[in-house]
Design a protein. Structure first.
Length: 329
């Protein structure tokens, strides 16, 4: 891992980091466009990283399609697949030595413990009506106080997952779209950084990679907003300087249902096959985000001076059928 302590004196660096387990949809396009616009407006460097840490679900064909879709939108990158760069590799599946080194550092600092909970025990936690987040119910710490003897006895029967001890103090940060955010560390619960099957968690991998690649600005979807306090806790435990965070609102239909879950025809691959022009999609996103006064075809480059998170806010953004008809004209 590179030292991130001097990020403030370096050029702004952002990234888009899709998971190649499916096709990019219109919501992904919004997050990718916002991340690209922020960095291009700042005169910085934009990276593409493939987050294929979940190997059973990741497919190279999806990664190739995602890159084609981004280029179709006019979103280029300065480092990453097809381009290269000083931080090779740009696929998480090839960076596992870095994640293991971070675990060693956390272990020495007393920030980790083995968890032997069964699926049934974890399912009982998930049924609780409180402490829910994007990762499910907060883990109540069943294994956090096991003695070495108890751990040794349980290790005979099964391989443990590894959990990170969340600090109990509140965690606050300023989000460019959502404003100031404060989370109770205890309420979030200790989370898994390495599964029992050996897979590293997204939370650990994204922190290690963003720090190693010198990322100063993270723009992503609002569904990851409550991942941020967990990642900030990891940054602190690893003595790394965190980036600034911005979470774009989710896109929904007029009734509030998330578009990406409702309509498979809104993948970028499907829109391209229909013959939709990328300038129409860019213009639609620019309009609902508040960067354009009316729906109008526009290139990504044309939106660079108009990017303004404060105009967008943090509430879900509706895209009605009238706008979808306009998109396909």
């Amino acid at each position: 891992m590179s030292d991130a302590s001097n990020l403030q004196n370096r050029i702004r660096r952002g990234r888009f980091a899709p998971t190649p387990s499916g096709l990019l949809h219109i919501g992904n396009a919004f997050a990718a466009l916002a991340a690209w616009l922020q960095i291009r407006q700042a005169g910085g460097e934009f990276l593409l990283r493939i987050e294929d840490i979940d190997k059973p679900r990741s497919r190279p064909a999806f990664a190739d399609q995602q890159q084609d879709d981004l280029l179709w939108l006019g979103l280029d990158w300065d480092e990453g697949p097809r381009v290269g760069g000083p931080h090779t590799h740009y696929e998480q599946s090839k960076r596992e030595e870095l994640y293991e080194a971070a675990l060693d550092q956390l272990r020495l600092a007393g920030k980790l413990y083995p968890c032997y909970c069964s699926r049934a025990e974890l399912a009982s936690i998930a049924s609780a009506p409180h402490g829910l987040s994007s990762e499910g119910a907060a883990y109540p710490g069943f294994c956090s106080q096991l003695t070495e003897e108890e751990q040794a006895a349980k290790a005979i029967a099964k391989e443990p997952a590894i959990r990170f001890r969340m600090p109990g103090a509140p965690i606050s940060f300023m989000d460019a779209f959502a404003g100031k955010q404060t989370y109770d560390g205890d309420a979030l619960g200790d989370f898994v950084v390495k599964r029992a099957d050996g897979m590293f968690s997204y939370q650990l991998a994204v922190v290690v990679d963003d720090a190693a690649m010198g990322i100063t600005d993270v723009v992503r979807g609002a569904d990851l907003l409550d991942s941020t306090p967990r990642q900030l806790a990891l940054y602190a435990a690893l003595d790394l300087r965190p980036p600034a965070f911005a979470h774009v609102p989710l896109l929904g239909d007029a009734g509030g249902e998330r578009l990406s879950k409702r309509n498979k025809s809104l993948t970028l691959a499907a829109l391209r096959e229909e013959g939709v022009r990328p300038e129409r999609l860019i213009g639609l996103i620019g309009y609902v985000a508040g960067w354009l006064e009316a729906p109008e075809a526009a290139s990504a480059a044309e939106l660079i001076p108009r990017f303004a998170p404060l105009r967008t806010g943090h509430e879900p953004l509706p895209i009605g059928d009238d706008l979808l008809r306009w998109l396909r004209q």
